[in-house]
Design a protein around this ligand. Structure first.
Ligand code: NOJ
Ligand code: CA
Length: 696
């Protein structure tokens, strides 16, 4: 093994000179330099193909009682190593993932006080840098409180950023595009300027943060393997970004016990936007799968008693009074309750008929009368059905149709209550034939004062996923912290929402047409998203003539999202009766795969467009999704990813000539043509449109 890093400076007479260490990525795309200043401050610089990415980044941590690890440090030792291997995920965008990096591990010691040691570990891949802080076990350090993390990312210019505000509690925002200097001004200004939602904290922006330089370099900052630590947001100071950890109820950042290591800080860099999407740095920095027998984990599609509540056709609660404080179960059913035995059977029939495995049912359990906005500790017990939801009969019926009902655990933010009930709730699931659960964390967190993205909740999500794994249960988490690649370690974590999903189009100003072209560069960098695509009845006026809300895409773009918005759990989110009006287009949803052998990123530009091709796992079929923002365009799809010498049929679902996300969203055409690896398809996408292609 060849060590690429060299110690080029060493301590000279009384620490007068800085020390520095250099590391290059395997193909030499990226170059890292770590420095220790004469006063013992560690910092780093990063270059991509000779261009500065991070001109100067601070490093270090400060603890409450054990001093600082950001200055007054002395060098102890440096270790280098290299790794080049590959591994197979349980499910994913490709069946084999290359893991190739060069590593530098620097050990420092406090010069004064307890003389505690800290280790800084850097891994340099060809498209990204990961680094983290490690506290080795040492006699003088046991439990300690983290006051702050000093990591910063000093950027080389006033880049364009796709960003959402630094809210400790939610990521359900649409993105704004600004220069960093503008973001700074807006983030520190009036919260209502940036969102229709209240921002409870306004310190900066959230990660993954996507940026582009004036020279066309793409830079993405996020973190990997967020365990036992708060989420990192980024404060903006000119062109420098500084780590801002989400605090706890009393203002501390984290409670740690040595030996300990922080999550990885990750900077993905490339001169091609497609390579940001193709980067597997975050997955590679996560621990391997810890589930010994993952055979219970099945990528799948689902339908659900779900969208009908969002569009107001039915209600979650039995009495149909929604948020009114009534004793719902004793009240008369309104006739609008969605999760009735008969209605669930209707969805089971539809799923069975079209080869869809899962049927999500929300609003099946007592508690929806006053679940929202009360900040109450005990709302749901997760085991008591409404009188018109026959658990046993539905278990029998679903099994007879080879369909699985998906459980719903809305916690209404009371994670403490969920923790108390979790074993009982999981046993109930196992006894009644459920092996997947959608969780939800709507509203403010109990324990009161904690935030969705603080250390307490990070530990909750991780406890929940591990307990679910011990019951062979798959999880789809709504309103959790944004993912950081932990689905590699816990592949029962099929998906998370953790961003502004399609649901916002049903009852709010919605998601602008550019939204889905940004999410893969931001939220999805950390892991799959349950975006709930597939809405065919685009305008909410079809449910109520007074409604102005609508999905901000064409119907064809909704199909494309099954490919562009990666997830091993995909919902066919619209109502069966809406699909029945467009069975020719629904055919794509039936056919599209949810697990893949390989993925080719054909073209991409954040906020503008992207086209992605994926090969179905273990099959010869390929699927392409191409989408655009509010501007129409022609997607040029070069099919050279296909094996040479074979002829395929491409079934092309695309926008009609007159399609437009607002004026004419349901216009689409379906055509067929022969293609080979030499073909290039030119596919016109309408404003807010898209195309979905099945190559078989
Ligand atoms: C918000 C979730 O994102 C949505 O999917 C769910 O229907 C509601 N909460 C109710 O739990
Ligand atoms: Ca949500």
């Amino acid at each position: 093994m060849k060590f690429l890093a060299t110690l080029i400076g060493i301590v000279l007479a009384g620490n007068l000179l800085a020390q520095n260490w250099q590391l290059q990525s395997p193909q030499k795309n990226l170059a890292l330099e770590v420095r220790l200043s004469p006063d013992g401050r560690p910092s780093y610089q990063l270059q991509f193909k000779g261009k500065p990415v991070i001109t100067s980044g601070a490093l270090g941590l400060q603890t409450q009682d054990d001093g600082g690890f950001d200055q007054n440090l002395a060098f102890v030792s440096a270790d280098n190593s290299s790794v080049n291997n590959s591994w197979e995920p349980v499910w994913g965008e490709e069946k084999s993932i290359r893991n190739q990096y060069n590593e530098l591990a620097l050990r420092f010691m406090q010069k004064d006080g307890k003389k505690l040691q800290i280790l800084l570990r850097f891994r340099l891949f060809d498209h990204g840098l990961g680094f983290r802080y490690e506290f080795p076990g040492q006699p003088n350090l046991q439990y300690f409180i983290l006051k702050d993390e000093m990591t910063s990312f000093g950027l080389a210019g006033d880049h364009t950023a796709w960003w959402i505000p630094g809210d400790y509690d939610t990521n359900e925002y649409f993105y704004s595009v600004n220069r960093l200097s503008e973001v700074d001004a807006i983030a520190k200004g009036n919260a209502t300027e940036i969102s229709t939602r209240k921002v409870w904290s306004r310190k900066g922006v959230q990660t993954p943060l996507m940026m582009k330089t004036a020279e066309g370099l793409y830079i993405n900052i996020h973190e990997a393997a967020l365990v036992d630590y708060p989420a990192m947001q980024l404060e903006i100071d000119g062109t420098s970004l500084r780590s801002h950890l989400v605090p706890d109820a009393v203002g501390n950042k984290a409670y740690l016990k040595a030996p300990f290591h922080t999550p990885w800080r990750v900077v993905n860099v490339s001169d091609k936007a497609t390579e940001i999407l193709a980067s597997r740095v975050i997955l590679n920095l996560n621990e391997p799968n810890k589930i010994a027998n993952p055979s219970f984990i099945r990528p799948q599609k689902m339908v659900g008693v779900w969208w009908e509540m969002h569009v107001g056709k039915s209600t979650w609660d039995y009495a149909g009074t929604q948020n009114a404080s009534t004793t719902g179960v004793e009240a008369k059913p309104s006739g609008k309750h969605g999760a009735t035995t008969a209605n669930v059977k209707r969805y089971i029939d539809f799923a069975a008929q079209h080869g869809i495995e899962g049927v999500l049912v929300e609003g099946w359990n007592v508690g929806w009368e006053d679940w929202f906005g009360k900040w109450k500790e005990e709302v749901f017990d997760f085991v008591t059905p409404y009188p018109d939801f026959d658990v046993k009969e539905l278990q029998r019926y679903a099994a007879s149709k080879h369909v699985k009902i998906i459980m719903h655990h809305e916690t209404s933010g009371s994670a403490i209550n969920y923790e108390r009930q979790m074993d009982t709730a999981f046993r109930f699931m196992k006894n009644h034939g459920y092996d997947a659960v959608k969780t939800g964390y709507v509203g403010r967190i109990v324990p009161r004062g904690e935030w969705h993205d603080g250390q307490w909740m990070i530990n909750h999500y991780n406890r929940q996923i591990q307990k679910a794994a011990s019951y062979n249960i798959m999880v789809d988490a709504h309103e959790p912290v944004r993912p950081t690649g932990l689905h590699r370690t816990w592949p029962n974590w099929l998906a998370s929402e953790a961003a502004r999903g399609n649901e916002f189009n049903a009852w709010s100003v919605g998601n602008p047409p550019a939204h889905e072209t940004i999410l893969p560069f931001t939220r999805l960098m950390g892991g799959p998203m349950d975006y709930t695509p597939g809405i065919f009845e685009i305008k909410m006026s079809s449910y109520d003539p007074n409604k102005k809300e609508q999905v901000h895409t064409t119907l064809a773009k909704q199909l494309a999202l099954y490919v562009t918005m990666y997830s091993p759990l995909q919902m066919a989110a619209d109502l069966p009766e809406n699909y029945e009006k467009h069975m020719d287009a629904f055919e794509f949803i039936k056919q599209v795969a949810v697990d893949w052998d390989s993925t080719a990123y054909l073209e991409a530009e954040p906020g503008a467009y992207l086209s992605i091709a994926r090969k179905a796992k273990g099959k010869g079929d390929w699927f392409i999704g191409a989408i655009t923002n509010e501007n129409g365009r022609t997607a040029k799809l070069t099919l050279d990813f296909l094996p040479a010498g074979k002829t395929y049929e491409a079934v092309i679902y695309q926008d009609g000539k007159d399609a437009h996300w607002e004026k004419n969203p349901k216009s689409y055409t379906i055509s067929r043509q022969k293609v080979t690896s030499k073909s290039t398809l030119s596919v016109a996408l309408a404003p807010g449109g898209g195309a979905a292609i099945h190559i078989r």
